[in-house]
Design a protein around this ligand. Structure first.
Ligand SMILES: NC(=O)c1ccc[n+]([C@@H]2O[C@H](COP(=O)([O-])OP(=O)(O)OC[C@H]3O[C@@H](n4cnc5c(N)ncnc54)[C@H](O)[C@@H]3O)[C@@H](O)[C@H]2O)c1
Length: 418
């Protein structure tokens, strides 16, 4: 049985083997988190898990189900759902409202079906289910007790909902946990985005111009991996402080017109829309590879490319080539997150941390009695997850000793001069 492929065929045996592979490499989720959430508090709670539906997400769903939750699983992007995993989860008795090879219309329908299962809690990605429940299922939205959000984009959306007075329950921004963004966004996306771009294209990175648009945690991870593989890296940023960081990290920095003409690879990771848009098209060189690692499938404006193209062809799996004038511009995975739609997603070890935050976060939402609004997972839970990961790696830390502490506090009390 080939469990290395992300087959969409729908063989539950393959899906089961893939989930077991994840379990073997997820010591925090399979140990620390399991123990912590198996106190009965999740018993019978309806939790929707709406994250890219592949084996690592599936394992999180099974851990929650094992803790007694009634789990409803849906995908967070129609291009990233794996059929084998869907079938394996169904075989285990979980409710899955996602089909592989769907399109945006079928995905919209699936999310509304997930909403109709009346979840009390959501582990969401991009706030995709939360927003739709607010908009299309207000009566069920009123029954929500909490949301734990995976991404930078979803976190921004939840803050906007809160500011608009439209968030009547607590939302935890898992992305703000240090055990999430310091590792997942940076190392996970960095490794797997470069990996997917090279696998899909079979092109050479050493010596190639490689442009990263957006220098947040995602962008800096991608730029770091590309540079380590010998690329000549450049960065496009709109925030001057982050642009300066990119410069000091050793990347060329500049406006699109200055850096794009030298790039063989261009990848977006901004969380916004049209980071590479119509105005940038004149600066792209012939044969450039365009990919996206951010949440929106329109970070590379494929609609603008299609409007400008005289022809569109598909020379290789997951590559669309737009003929514009005398140039060919290649878009990977239709502009969806290339590391997930065109690869296997984050390394298991990284998702062990991210989903530990989500599992502990769901438990915290159920047990902590949080006020409505946007919250960050408490620092001690973040620390406990990191400590569990270190323990799984056989690493022990020295505790801080009293004599190592700064004695500045002594200066706050009055005393006699020596
Ligand atoms: N592919 C994955 O597996 C994965 C993993 C984690 C996060 N994400 C997604 O990646 C995106 C970025 O995440 P992050 O944590 O780096 O966010 P971030 O907010 O830390 O960084 C985004 C950066 O992009 C810059 N930016 C915004 N619009 C821009 C534009 N038009 N041109 C140039 N720069 C622009 C911002 O100034 C900021 O520095 C989000 O959508 C997030 O949800 C994807």
């Amino acid at each position: 049985m080939d469990v290395t492929q992300d087959s969409r065929s729908g063989d539950p045996n393959v899906g089961r083997a893939q989930i077991e592979w994840v379990r073997r490499h997820s010591p925090v989720l399979d140990g620390f988190v399991r123990r912590r959430i198996s106190d009965g508090s999740l018993e019978g709670k309806r939790i929707a898990v709406v994250v890219h539906l592949e084996a690592k997400t599936a394992f999180l769903a099974t851990v929650l189900a094992d803790a007694g939750a009634e789990v409803i699983v849906a995908g967070s992007n129609p291009r990233t759902t794996r059929g084998d995993v869907v079938e394996a989860l169904r075989e285990r008795g979980l409710t899955v409202v996602a089909e592989p090879d769907g399109d945006y219309d079928s995905w919209e329908r699936e999310l509304l079906i997930a909403a109709d299962h009346a979840p009390e809690y959501i582990i969401d990605d991009g706030a995709e289910l939360t927003m739709r429940m607010s908009q299309y299922r207000p009566e069920l939205f009123a029954g929500l007790r909490g949301v734990s959000e995976e991404t930078t984009t979803g976190t921004a959306r939840l803050h906007r909902m809160h500011e608009a007075g439209r968030l009547p329950f607590p939302a935890l921004t898992a992305n703000d946990a240090r055990c999430k963004h310091l590792f997942d966004n940076k190392f996970g996306t960095g490794q797997t985005t470069v990996q997917a771009m090279l696998r899909l294209t079979n092109r050479q990175i050493a010596g190639a111009g490689f442009c990263v648009v957006g220098y947040g945690y995602v962008g800096r991870g991608i730029a770091q991996y590309a540079k380590a593989m010998g690329a000549r890296t450049s960065v496009i940023e709109v925030d001057p402080v982050r642009a300066l960081e990119a410069f000091m990290d050793g990347h060329a920095v500049g406006a699109a017109r200055d850096v794009l003409p030298d790039a063989t690879f261009v990848v977006t990771g901004t969380g916004g829309m049209r980071a590479i848009g119509e105005r940038d098209l004149p600066f792209l060189r012939h044969d450039v590879v365009l990919a996206n690692a951010g949440h929106h499938d329109l970070e590379v404006d494929v609609d603008a490319l299609a409007a400008a193209a005289s022809a569109i062809s598909s020379p290789r799996e997951q590559i669309d080539t737009y003929r514009i004038g005398d140039r060919d511009l290649h878009v990977l995975s239709g502009g969806a997150l290339v590391n997930i739609a065109g690869g296997s997603g984050h390394p298991v070890e990284i998702m062990d941390l991210t989903f530990a935050v989500q599992g502990i976060g769901a438990h915290h939402l159920v047990t902590a009695g949080l006020e409505p609004g946007v919250h960050i997972i408490p620092a001690e839970l973040d620390d406990a997850i990191a400590a569990a990961k270190l323990a799984s790696l056989g690493v022990e830390l020295d505790p801080m000793r009293a004599e190592q502490e700064d004695d500045a506090a002594d200066w706050l009390s009055e005393g006699t001069a020596p």
